[in-house]
Design a protein around this ligand. Sequence first.
Ligand code: HEM
Length: 551
Amino acid sequence: MRLDIIFIHLYWLDYKYRPTRVSQNPTTAPSYHPKPSMDILTIVQQWPITTALVIFSIFYIFLQTLKSSNSSITNSSLPPCPPKLPVIGNLHHILGKPRHEALWQLSKEYGPVMRIYIGSKLFIIISSPAMAKEILKTQDHVFCSRESFKATKRLTYNFLDIAFSPHNTHWREMRKLLVTEFIGPKRAKLSSHVLVTEIESIINDLSSYSPNTEVNLSNMFMEIVKQMVCKVAFGEKYRRQPVKGPSWDVMLEEAMELLNGSVGDSFPILGFFIDQFSGWNRRLNDGFRNLDGYIDALVDDHLKHDSGDMSEEDKDFIHTILDMSKQNASGYQPNHADLKALVMDILTGGIDTTVVTLIWAMSEINKNTRVMRKLQSEIRTCAGKIQKVSELDTTNMTYLKMVVKETLRLHTPAPLLVPHVSISQTQLAGYDISSSTVVLINAWGIARDPCTWGENAAEFYPERFENVDGDFGRDRFEMMPFGGGRRSCPAMNTAPTNVEFVLAAFLYWFDWELPGGMKCEELNMENGGTLVLGKKVPLCLVPKKHNWEDD
Ligand code: HEM
């Protein structure tokens, strides 16, 4: 293979394959574009020693790859693998398409357990409910760790968080803390109070708009979720913007992009140079510095205000964890860095996923007028005539729950979940899997597979969940938007409830129309993003205050 081809591939991987997430609000939120860096020719001219090292590294990796591909041919107990190329492995199979779609296509040929090499890095790809169950339930005790990538290490203060921590006692204690102090029933009252207040204020705003005003629901949902998560975690007076650096939205978007990984994660020696020269390392340092500065300021604000005389109800998540770090109780005592890592998890795990679910749900509802009519009828009948958002009770709205489930099936927010890693050697469908193997579960493909979901798998049809028993991700694995097993999302029960509540409120008080006479089938449903699959084009709709006389 010619070196220039390798360079072009790698250059392309870092620049062109970086997800371009369209800013939710092009007018206000500064959009993020890949930062221009030095091109390869300039590097070669200006850095002769480094270029020599890079070339040496390429040959080294080339030999290593040849060695490993030869040995794998003879080993029939490994899962099938599409033909790979020296140095880049199977990179050419997935470039140019969204990763989950390319891997799903390959699985049609190579089966539900397949091997893929990105550079020299091995991934096992899982593409069937039966194999997902094997990983997330039957062998959950084996596939329960996480991989160490450069960005995850840095952004989680060296794996002190939950989502990217290896399987150890620290992870268990941190997960317990998040569940009891942030997600669980203890904060439920506060969360629902914040949610009600936010929605009330938005409904008042929407009611005052002149007729036919188009609103950007993508922005609106982001604002609601951000307020809910941040007020519960950081208190009423949380900082809406960092003191220095980019805006809140840009800072978070950058963190999500960095978590996608770098070339260095898959090409150990060569990748180091590519990350350095492409400016990726600098982006990581800047991104981390901005987020860390913001979190530091949040914690400092809390340290300055003694929470001693506050009631338990008034304390936010940071107050509670800081109190725990001071106590000499026998339980787990989180330190300052643990707290910062937890805040990082809340920011990166709790906001985007909920926002995209709301956006996709409202998009599908507006695209499918039959669903919209049936859903609004259920919501308005169940709720009766109410005046306040706090009076809205979604408990008995069964169709609404099916609509949210169908949204999570068709628009699985994290298409490949978070990579799982084996902690010991094992067998999977008769294949040998060694310890520390990274496993990607194609939750996106599994949830849309016509073999499981029937011919209408690609259709938005909430009724398919009528009479379906069992919990997805616990006892059944035809879809798993929250993953499964011990590494499943700790918010898998609460997140859908919040989504249901927001949708019910928006659909109870308003009827919605597509702007400018747009037809349902013209609504743009393209995906954007990699780690979390959002809607590429913001969702804009026209609200009409519901007229009860017309019912
Ligand atoms: C609709 C909303 C959400 C979706 C679809 C979602 C989805 C997921 C998925 C797919 C995983 C990986 C599971 C696996 O690897 O098997 C995960 C993990 C996680 N999620 Fe969520 N999530 C949502 C909301 C939240 C919220 C509100 C929080 C709160 C902070 C949260 C915190 C976490 C954490 C901490 C983990 C890591 C768990 C571990 O590794 O032990 N998520 N989530």
